[in-house]
Write a new protein. Structure first.
Length: 706
């Protein structure tokens, strides 16, 4: 129930604590921490430390989700990693987040106990956040990369180590007889996580994009600074509550016992090759209890169905990487507001909150009456199929996005855009014969680049009479020629051009001009205000510059001190487009004109076309992740609940590792092809899962009924 798998963490933690409470409720044995009760309990018996824990969780989750939503764009847009490398770093980060819960569990069980593990890891979490914030404020990309990557590593280690400890530590504050208060705590815990998730998914994109700082059009330092501040406040709050906590001592936990038993059994089996046992774990009978060995056997019986599940994670976690990059190439404008690509991820927790009760109270009962999806494994398999469907949908959307991209000329050939920025009709003769009316544009494709060209440019219908000869050769695959009129003579200029989309998805603009005044200036007023000087020239071309999307009115100087009160024209600049604005001013010809030439098609596919794939993957998460946690928990022996929880986390680590492995093979493919391949891979994984589920023998009567 999370974009990065909140349900796996929180539901299983809830179930683990409720199980312990239910088993002990029968005897209602008082807690061993009775001496702490005056400080740790209110008059109603509710632990005083719980508000501190919940506030810490809110700060930690808000801080982490802020990173989760904008990290891929930060890597791509600010650290200048390409579209293949940015997701690789993102998934390496997520893989570390889901490997290190084992570290946190070992530290809490055997060395530091839960409180001190949380304390040390929370401080490390803040340090990592501060490093990323510091890195984002620098100007040198090499320094930015080094400091940011170090900070991300510390954040991943600390976040992962906190996962198995924070929710369980809150459960430790309740005596077994206060199970109702404990349930209320986990409901609040769940609410805190989703509140921080939704808040971060809305604020993080706004903070990074609506504010400018450090000379840039974005302000990632503001978003990372807010994340660091929330984590610092949360950690400070948690440490402040220490006098009110029940702090349990270090114990040799079940996870360590499992590792010891497995290691001893394997070692003894290898040393005693001639001694035969019914099961390889039976080799540990001389050192470990039979009940523990039996529980570990049951554990392996459950996790055998986990084998294909990392593929699910491989797809699911790309919501925060490749889906965000996909959204950056789409049109987010709706009713004057522009949806940010990282804001779309906010749909996931919102849809989850809607879909969870919908499935529990409507869909599942209806399907059960129809004889469908009656077992947990059937629900998990269906969730996997929905996950595959979501990526096939993403592939279809990507095909439409790719249709907007320019077709690159074949090697050795180029493309020339000819702009007649004059009131003359011009005819070109030579290797190519074309004609252009006044202020008309034409694009010539597949021109040989090595060929020297001579064009005779003959004007008519204006003050120019003389034919101009122009020698030129295409030096790059995209070039632009401007023809303009000055002093009754045509001027012909050729400049290099390009066809690229900006990483931030903004439009870019280039200005071609012919004016009467050498010190003229132009001002573009709209979503932002940009002033362009002609640099003491009456005609010329600028380079491209980045613009905010929107409609702009364009003014130019009418004398040495003032701008025209009325704009000479306007232009709507859309996400992802490239534009040339050609301005012509000549009072002797009684002509002032502005023409806008799109040189690269804008992002025409609307970002709301991602809605179906988000709905499919949210439904998949409800059926797959939540049901999967419930299934594995119910099937595991009581002593193995925490171990199953750790194994579930490893699914997410393996899934992110699988993303990294597959991208090594897929990096040369189109994004649409990658989406389709991932969808097919999920279908294959679900076929394997169906076979394993068919031969699976249920241990729990609860799952037989479900």
């Amino acid at each position: 129930m999370q974009t990065e798998n909140v349900p796996s963490e929180d539901i299983s933690s809830l179930q683990k604590n409720e199980s312990t409470q239910d088993e002990n409720l029968k005897s209602e044995v008082p807690s061993n921490n009775q001496s702490n009760e005056p400080k740790s309990k209110t008059n109603s018996g509710y632990p005083r430390g719980i508000p501190f824990i919940l506030m810490f969780k809110f700060g930690e989750r808000f801080s982490f989700y802020t990173f989760f939503f904008i990290l891929t764009l930060y890597l791509h847009q600010e650290l200048n990693f390409d579209e293949s490398t940015s997701p690789i770093i993102f998934h390496t980060f997520m893989m570390l987040v889901y490997i290190t819960p084992i570290l946190g569990a070992l530290l809490a069980d055997a060395y530091l106990a839960k409180f001190w593990t949380i304390s040390y890891m929370a401080v490390l979490f803040v340090v990592g956040k501060m490093l990323v914030f510091t890195g984002s404020t620098l100007r040198d990309v090499t320094s930015m990369r080094a400091i940011s990557i170090l900070g991300l590593f510390l954040v991943a280690v600390a976040e992962g180590a906190l996962k198995p400890c924070s929710s369980a530590f809150g459960g430790d504050q309740f005596e077994d007889r206060h199970y109702k208060q404990r349930k209320r705590y986990f409901s609040l815990y769940f609410f805190i996580i989703y509140s921080s998730h939704i808040l971060a998914s809305f604020l993080a994109p706004v903070l990074r994009s609506h504010v400018r700082c450090f000379g840039k059009d974005t302000c990632y330092p503001l978003a990372f600074g807010a994340a660091a501040m929330f984590s610092f406040l949360g950690t400070t709050t948690f440490l402040t509550g220490k006098p009110f906590y029940i702090i349990t001592a270090v114990q040799d936990g079940i996870l360590i016992q499992v590792f010891k038993c497995i290691g001893y059994a394997l070692s003894r089996k290898m040393r005693n090759k001639y001694e035969k046992k019914d099961h390889w774990l039976d080799y540990s009978e001389d050192q470990f209890d039979k009940s523990l060995i039996s529980d570990i056997k049951a554990l392996f019986h459950v996790i055998q169905v986990f084998v294909p599940l990392p593929v699910y994670v491989t797809l699911f976690h790309q919501v925060g990487s490749t889906w965000v990059l996909q959204g950056s190439k789409m049109d987010g404008e709706i009713w004057g507001y522009r949806i940010k690509p990282d804001q779309m991820v906010m749909l996931l927790p919102i849809l989850m909150i809607i879909l969870i009760p919908t499935f529990d109270f409507a869909m599942y009962p209806l399907l059960n009456k129809l004889g469908l999806l009656r077992t947990q494994l059937q629900k998990i398999g269906t969730g996997g199929l929905l996950n595959a469907l979501a990526f096939i949908m993403a592939g279809v959307v990507q095909l439409s996005i790719e249709s907007d991209l320019p077709t690159k000329p074949n090697a050795g050939f180029g493309e020339l855009t000819v702009i007649n920025n004059s009131p003359c009709t011009v005819n070109f003769t030579g290797e190519d014969n074309i004609g252009l009316k006044a202020f008309q544009t034409k694009t010539l494709k597949d021109l040989p680049m090595i060929q020297e060209r001579l064009w005779h440019v003959a004007p008519s219908g204006c003050s120019a009479q003389k034919t101009v000869d122009k020698h030129f050769r295409l030096e790059t695959q995209f070039e632009t020629m401007m023809i303009t009129l000055g002093d009754k003579t045509l001027g012909v200029f050729v400049r290099n051009d390009s066809r690229v989309k900006l990483k931030n998805g903004n439009p870019r603009l280039r200005l071609f001009y012919r004016t009467e005044n050498a010190n003229a200036s132009f001002i573009f007023r709209g979503s932002s205000s940009v002033t362009v000087s002609t640099n003491d020239s009456t005609l010329g071309m600028t380079e491209y510059w980045d613009m905010q999307p929107g409609t702009y009115e364009i003014y130019f100087q009418s004398n040495d001190s003032s701008f025209m009160r009325k704009p000479v024209g306007s232009s709507k600049l859309r996400n992802g487009g490239s534009y040339i604005v050609a301005i012509y001013q000549n009072s002797s010809e009684n002509t002032s004109r502005l023409i806008v030439i799109p040189t690269l098609r804008w992002n025409s596919v609307h970002i709301l076309f991602q809605l179906p794939q988000f709905l499919a993957i949210a439904s998949a998460e409800v059926m797959f992740a939540i049901t999967g946690v419930a299934f594995s928990y119910a099937e595991a022996a009581l002593s193995m609940k925490a171990v199953v929880h750790a194994c579930w986390f490893l699914n997410y680590a393996f899934g992110n590792a699988l993303v990294l492995f597959l991208k090594l093979f897929f990096h040369l493919l189109k994004d649409s092809h990658r989406f389709f391949i991932f969808g097919i891979l999920m279908l294959v994984a679900m076929m394997v899962f169906v076979v394993l589920a068919h031969f699976y023998t249920y241990i729990s009567d609860e799952n037989k009924k479900l």
